[in-house]
Design a protein around this ligand. Structure first.
Ligand code: ARG
Length: 717
C-alpha cells in the first residue's frame, strides 16, 4: 500500500498530463498546475485550492446531494441548473401558482421561497486516512473486513464531525487503494430566488437531452442562509444571507474557440476501470433491460400526467429523472458499440496479463478471475435489474417492502420495544416522502404492468410464489391483463399505507397479524423474500469479489505504468477538470460549431409543444434583437457552448471558469457521441455542454426584470 501511495505521488510530479481527460483531486491540483498555465490559466495554485486561506473551492457546493452549485455574490447567491432545482421548483408550485410553468423571480430577500429538504455542503478539509484504515483492517477478509471497514469509517467520521459542527465522510479512491476523509459544513436554509419558465429551463426536453447542438437555459437560482454568525442554522426568518469565503465574478466578455476552461464540481460516478466482461454485460443484458422497463414506466406516468396538471406537478421531477437515465442507457449502449469499447478494453487487458506474466505474477490470473465471476453472475443479472427497476417502481412495492425489518422483529419470541419503535419511525419517514409520489391511476397501472413484465421476462423458475399462490388463485390467468389489473386494484384497496388514519392506527399498535393480512405487504414481501433468499446472496458475492478484483486491477495498472498520472473514478467528491472551448466532428463530413445562438433557439420553436414551446417575451425580444450588453461581437445572442472538459452526472450546475477565474457559463450536459464516457473516456468526442453566462444574464434582466440580481452579481465587462 505504502508503495502505491509513494508511486502515486511520484507520478504526479513526473508526467505531463493530457489536458482534457481527468477528474483531478483539488488538494493535488498543484501537480497539474504547470500544464494548466501552459494552457492559459492566469491564476496561482493557491487561488484554486488552499486549505488555510479562502480559495476558489470555497465558492463551490454540492447542491441537494446530487448536483453542483456555486456562489456568485457576496450574499450567498447560488446558481445551479434548472434540472437540479427542478424538484424544488415543482414542490413549491401549485396549479394556481405554477412557478415551474411560469418562472419565478424574487425582487427582494423577503420574496424568496424556502425550499423544503434542500441543503448544500461546503468543503472544509481533506485528509488522507488510508494508513489508519489499513491498520485497522489488515489481514481481515470477507464479512469481517466489510464490518470492520464500516466501523472504522464511522469512527473516523464521528471524530471529524466535532459534535455536529461538521458533516464528515470517508470515501474510497482508486477502487479502494486510498481513503480520504472529507469534512463539510452543511447549510439547510436554502431559498428559491429565480428560475426561467420550464419551457426555457428544459428547452428541447428529452428530444435534445444528451445532445449537441443545444439551446437550453438550464439554470435556476437560490440563496444560502446562515445564522447571524454565518454558521449553518435551521430555517428561521431571522437568518441572514450566507457570506461565502469566495464567490465567482461573472464575465460577459464572451467565449471563443480555444479559450481555457476549467470546471470545479461534484462528479457522481464513473467506472473507467470496468473490464471488457462488464462492458459486454452492460451492452447485452443490463442496459437493454433498464431501457425496456423504463419505456413502460415512462409511458404509464406520462399518460396520467398529461390528463391532470396536479398529477403532473406531483410526478414531473421523478419522471424527468427516469427519462434522463432512460436515454442515457440508450446512448451508452450505442456508443459502447460504435467505439468498440469491449474490443479496446480486451486488448488492454491482454497487454496487462502479458505484462503480469513477466513482471508481476500476482496479477497473472486477474482477468481469468474476472471472466469467471461475470459468467457466474450472468444468470442472475437480469433478475437483479428487474427487482430494482421493475418491481420497485410502484409506491406500494416500496411501502410493502419497507416493513421487512419490522416484520422480522415482530416475528421474534420477545420483540424489543425500542427496536420496534425505531422501525416504526423509519416506516413513517418512508411513507412521508413516498406518499408525495402516489397517484391512484398511475399506481394501479404501474403495479399491473410491472407484474406482467416481470412475469413475461424473468424465467419462471425465478418467480416469487405470489403469481401462482395469490394472483392466479384469485384471478383467472386466462385473461392475464385483466387479472393483473384486478389484483392491482385489490392491493390498492386493501392496505394500511395509503390512508393516513389506517397507517397511524397500525403504527400505534403494530402486529404480525396485521402485516400478514395486508395486501401490499403480501405483494411486496413475496418479491423481497424471493430475492433475498435466492438472488441477493449471488449479487452481493459478485459485487464483493468484483470490488476486490478491481482494487487489484487498478493497483496493477499503476505498477505497470510507473510514472503515469492516474486520477480516481468519480465518487461524488470535489474534482477539477480543465481543458478548452471547442467544437468537434461527430461523424464523417459533419462539423459541430462550439456555440449556438438565439437564432437557432427560435428556429427550433414549436408553439404549444411540450418540449419546444417558448414564452412570448422571448420571441418579442428576439424580434427586436434586444440583447442589451449581452450581445456577442457577431451581433447574435449566444445561448450555449461546448468544452472538452471531463465531467459526468453530479457535475450538473458546475461553473465553467475562464483563465482569469471568472464564471463564463454553467455545465449541464454531455454529448451523444461520447455517452460511453463514464466507462471509457473518448478524447475525440467527449464534450461538456454549457449555457452561456450572457444568455443567463439576458434572461434574468430582460425577461425576469430582476435588476436586483444583476446588481448583486460581480459582472466583468
Ligand atoms: N442529461 C442531463 C444530465 O444528466 C440532464 C438534462 C436534463 N434535461 C432534460 N431534458 N431531461 O446532466
Amino acid at each position: 500500500m505504502k508503495k502505491i501511495l509513494l508511486s502515486l505521488v511520484a507520478a504526479f510530479t513526473m508526467l505531463q498530463v493530457r489536458a482534457d481527460e481527468g477528474m483531478w483531486l483539488p488538494q493535488l491540483i498543484g501537480k497539474n498546475y504547470d500544464e494548466m498555465v501552459r494552457m492559459g490559466l492566469k491564476l496561482s495554485k493557491e487561488d484554486l485550492y488552499n486549505i488555510n486561506q479562502s480559495s476558489m473551492k470555497d465558492a463551490i457546493v454540492q447542491f441537494g446531494g446530487g448536483c453542483t452549485g456555486e456562489m456568485i455574490s457576496t450574499s450567498g447567491l447560488l446558481i445551479t441548473n434548472h434540472h437540479c432545482g427542478y424538484g424544488n421548483i415543482a414542490a413549491l408550485s401549485t396549479v394556481e401558482n405554477n412557478y415551474l410553468d411560469n418562472g419565478f423571480w424574487a425582487y427582494s430577500h423577503d420574496q424568496e421561497l424556502p425550499a423544503k429538504d434542500l441543503s448544500v455542503i461546503f468543503l472544509q478539509n481533506i485528509e488522507d486516512v488510508t494508513a489508519e484504515i489499513n491498520a485497522a483492517t489488515r489481514k481481515l477478509k470477507g464479512e469481517k473486513l466489510a464490518k470492520k471497514m464500516e466501523e472504522v469509517k464511522k469512527k473516523i467520521e464521528k471524530r471529524a464531525e466535532k459534535d455536529g459542527k461538521f458533516v464528515a465522510s470517508v470515501k474510497e479512491y482508486f477502487n479502494g487503494n486510498q481513503y480520504l476523509l472529507l469534512t463539510y459544513k452543511k447549510y439547510t436554509d436554502v431559498r428559491l430566488v429565480g428560475t426561467p419558465p420550464k419551457s426555457m429551463g428544459k428547452f428541447g426536453g428529452d428530444t435534445d437531452n444528451w445532445m449537441w447542438p443545444r439551446h437550453t437555459a438550464d439554470f435556476s437560482m437560490f440563496r444560502v442562509y446562515a445564522g447571524k454568525d454565518n454558521e449553518p442554522a435551521e430555517y428561521s426568518k431571522d437568518n441572514v444571507p450566507y457570506q461565502p469565503k469566495w464567490h465567482l465574478p461573472i464575465s460577459i466578455k464572451g467565449v471563443n474557440e480555444g479559450d481555457y476552461a476549467m470546471i470545479f464540481g461534484y462528479p457522481g460516478r464513473t467506472n473507467r476501470y470496468e473490464v471488457s466482461y462488464g462492458v459486454d454485460m452492460a451492452i447485452n443484458e443490463v442496459n437493454p433491460a433498464i431501457v425496456k422497463i423504463r419505456d413502460k414506466r415512462l409511458a404509464i406516468m406520462k399518460a396520467h400526467m398529461d390528463k391532470d396538471k396536479a398529477v403532473y406537478l406531483k410526478l414531473t421531477s421523478q419522471y424527468a429523472g427516469i427519462a434522463n437515465y432512460w436515454k442515457y442507457f440508450i446512448g451508452q449502449t450505442e456508443q459502447l458499440k460504435r467505439l468498440h469499447v469491449v474490443e479496446e478494453k480486451a486488448k488492454k487487458e491482454a497487454e496487462f496479463t502479458k505484462w503480469a506474466a513477466k513482471n508481476a505474477p500476482e496479477y497473472k490470473k486477474l482477468m481469468t478471475e474476472y471472466a469467471k465471476i461475470y459468467s457466474g453472475y450472468a444468470p442472475y443479472a437480469k433478475h437483479a435489474i428487474y427487482f430494482s427497476e421493475c418491481f420497485k417502481a410502484p409506491v406500494l412495492a416500496k411501502f410493502g417492502a419497507g416493513v421487512e425489518k419490522l416484520q422480522k422483529e415482530l416475528e421474534k419470541k420477545n420483540p424489543n420495544a425500542d427496536t420496534i419503535k425505531k422501525h416504526i419511525d423509519d416506516l413513517k419517514k418512508m411513507r412521508k416522502s413516498g406518499i408525495k409520489l402516489y397517484d391512484k391511476g398511475t399506481e394501479q397501472e404501474m403495479i399491473a404492468q410491472t407484474l406482467k413484465m416481470f412475469y413475461n421476462d424473468i424465467p419462471k423458475s425465478q418467480h416469487p410464489d405470489l403469481y401462482q399462490a395469490v394472483i392466479f388463485k384469485k384471478y383467472s390467468s386466462d385473461n392475464m391483463d385483466k387479472g393483473f389489473n384486478d389484483y392491482a386494484a385489490y392491493v390498492i384497496d386493501n392496505n394500511f399505507f395509503l390512508d393516513s388514519n389506517k397507517f397511524n392506527d397500525f403504527c400505534k399498535d403494530p402486529s404480525i397479524e396485521k402485516l400478514e393480512k395486508d395486501a401490499a405487504v403480501q405483494y411486496a414481501m413475496s418479491f423481497v423474500r424471493n430475492y433475498k433468499e435466492y438472488y441477493e446472496p449471488k449479487v452481493d458475492e459478485f459485487n464483493k469479489t468484483k470490488k476486490e478484483l478491481s482494487k487489484q486491477y487498478v493497483k496493477g495498472l499503476m505498477d505497470m505504468n510507473k510514472g503515469k498520472l492516474f486520477y480516481p473514478d468519480a465518487n461524488s467528491t470535489m474534482r477539477i477538470t480543465y481543458g478548452k472551448v471547442g467544437g468537434y466532428t461527430p461523424q464523417d463530413a459533419v462539423h459541430f460549431d462550439y456555440f449556438t445562438t438565439l437564432d437557432g433557439y427560435v428556429a427550433k420553436y414549436k408553439p404549444n409543444d411540450d418540449e419546444f414551446d417558448s414564452p412570448k417575451e422571448l420571441l418579442d425580444l428576439y424580434a427586436k434583437k434586444d440583447y442589451g450588453q449581452y450581445v456577442d461581437k457577431d451581433g447574435t445572442l449566444h445561448t450555449c457552448f461546448i468544452t472538452n472538459n471531463d465531467i459526468t452526472g453530479g457535475n450538473s450546475g458546475s461553473p465553467i471558469i475562464n483563465a482569469n477565474g471568472e464564471w463564463i457559463g454553467i455545465a449541464f450536459d454531455g454529448n451523444w457521441e461520447a455517452m460511453s464516457g463514464d466507462i471509457a473516456f473518448d478524447k475525440t468526442y467527449k464534450r461538456t455542454i454549457c449555457t452561456d453566462a450572457r444568455f443567463i444574464l439576458f434572461i434574468i434582466e430582460k425577461m425576469g426584470k430582476a435588476h436586483n440580481l444583476i446588481e448583486e452579481m460581480d459582472i466583468r465587462k
